[in-house]
Every structure is written in structure tokens, then in C-alpha cells.
Design a protein around this ligand. Sequence first.
Ligand code: TXA
Ligand code: MG
Length: 343
Amino acid sequence: METKIWKKTELAEAAKVLKKGQLVAFPTETVYGLGADALNEKAVSKVYTAKGRPSDNPLIVHVAHPQAVQNYAQVSPRAQKLMDAFWPGPLTIILPVKPGQLSEKVTGGLQTVASRMPDNALTRELIDQVGSPLVGPSANTSGKPSPTIATHVYHDLHGKIAGVVDDGATQIGVESTVLDLSTSQAAILRPGKITASQLETVLGENVDTSEHHVAADEAPKAPGMKYRHYAPDKAVYMVKDEDWTQAIIWAQSQLEPVGLMLSDQMIEQHQLAGMDFVWPLGPNGVSAATKLFSGLRNFDDQKDVKIILVAEMSHEAANAAYNNRLAKAAGQQYFDAQEMMEF
Ligand code: TXA
Ligand code: MG
């Protein structure tokens, strides 16, 4: 299959292909999604094949209007409050599914369904033109960093999908906050741009942020979170602020180049500006989130780079999404000078 890259002006073409049950990747404010008609079971099945995604990992249903959620989920007053406050935007809300309204291919066989209204006018127009909500997992090969530009999608999925609607780089760079509202205790299953305290302010109730709020013997709440994620083929290590001096000395002593991803301040402090194999993350965790996945992909594509060192950001709420994705990409491993000397 030849995979097309469509410009904004070619949206009708993309809608036509989706209506026929084929796959089209679409832009959002977080990352690119892999779209299929959520009401066409055969189309939804193709998403799992194209991504190589485990079939028990449910999909997010993307809508163009909040009212569309009523068709397939039970929208509680507290869910409505959050939709009013944060939609369109990077918040996915999990609610009880209305029986018989969605394929098990969408819900992964759960009694709940995840919904989100993306803050991208082009994609909302696409959903309107198709006339059905679209499922939309991140448009990467399962386990790889999520795509923040159309070229990333093409790299992973060309030949497997009909096309991608190109709307430039996404603004946020990491996926939406996933909030479980299907039980009485609201819980964040995946951190994102919208923080727990923002949600608490609107809800007027406490939001669990432990990401482990189910007993160990129960099924994980967000099935996707149990898999290794966002990981390039290369070895990735997190680096704490205080370890960068040693990390740079170590990197510069290696025969093969080591990829370094760090803040502008660290680049200046260690006089690395303009050097090869340095990927600037900008001034803070928010800018870093926009550059994390593209940086990992950049070094993944450079054959001689075998190891990537990436800055952890300070532990504050605004950096939670960045640190969460980085920790997953690094398999929780930190750079440790002592250990690395023996590498
Ligand atoms: O920003 C985003 O959310 C992007 C863009 C494209 O919208 N989409 C995205 O989808 O990140 P995906 O499939 O890569 O991640 C969805 C996460 C997975 O961890 C999945 O297990 C979880 O949400 N999820 C989906 N439905 C669920 C449900 N009913 N209950 C619990 N977790 C669910
Ligand atoms: Mg994903």
C-alpha cells in the first residue's frame, strides 16, 4: 500500500478513505494519532495489526463535540464539568460504556471507554466529515516513541496505512492525561499536560496520582501502561542534574558517540552549545516534553550512537508527564558513573 501525506487542503480525501474503513493518521495537540472509524469493527482491527499492538490494550475514542460521547458512554455530571473546562484539550476521560454501543476491539473487552476531544481544528473537521468518532492510539509502532511530526508516522507505518494528514509539529509533544472517572475515586492513569491539581480545582474532589491505585493482583487500570514504551532501540539512561559533570566526562571518553539530551542551562554550563550529538531540550520540562520523542528518534536513526543520556527534570507537577515518559523510555535506569565505567 502506498502511504500518502495529505496537506490541510486535501482533508476530504482523507475523510473518504476513512469512511471506506482504511487507516489515516491525524494530528492532535499532543502527538499524531492513528485513526480508524470507531464504529467499523474491521477498520478498528487494522489498527492493532498496523501498530503491532497487543489486542487487550483499548483505544481512545476521539470526538469532534462533547455531546457525541453520550452516544456510547455514561456521562456523569463530574465528567461533564471536566469536558466543559478542558475540552478541546489534552484530557482523556474514562467512563462506563453503554452496553452494545462499541466493539470490544475499541474497549479491549472492558466495561469502560476512554474519550477525548482533541484541540486540533483540522482533526475535528476530519471527524465531522467522516461522520463517526475515530479511534486514535499514538501513530507509532507499538513500543516506540510517539510521533510528533508526520515524518515520524511515515517512518513507522508507511506501507501499512493509507495516509497521514500533515499539520506540522504537535504543540505539547507527550500524550494526554488519562483520567479514570468510571469509579467514585478519580484517578490519573497516565500523567499529561493537565495536572492533578488543575483537575481537583474543577472537580472539587481529590484525584489519585499514584498510578498504582489497584491491587497488584488486579488487571492494570490502563492496560497500555504495563508494556515497555516510548523506547528507541538504543540504551537510554536518565541523568540527574548533579550527575551531568560525570556523565559528560564519561560520554567524551567513549570511542563511539553518546547522544546527550539536556536543558539549555546545562548545555551552557558545560559548554556544549552547537556540538554534535547534543539535543537541546529548551529551558524547562514543558519545552523538554515537546522535544523528547523527536530527540530519541533522532539518535535512534544514527547508527554509531549506541547510548543516549537524557536529563531528568525537577520533580514538580508541570514536569510529571515528561519525567514519566522518560522513565519508561529508560526502563527506569539512571546513569551511574561507577557502573558505567564498567560498561
Ligand atoms: O494524546 C493522546 O492521548 C494520543 C492522541 C493521539 O490522542 N493518544 C494516545 O493513545 O496516546 P494510546 O492508545 O497510545 O494510549 C491510550 C492509553 C493506553 O495506555 C490505554 O491502555 C489507555 O489509554 N486506555 C484506553 N482505554 C482505556 C480504558 N477503557 N480503561 C483504561 N485505560 C484505557
Ligand atoms: Mg501510545
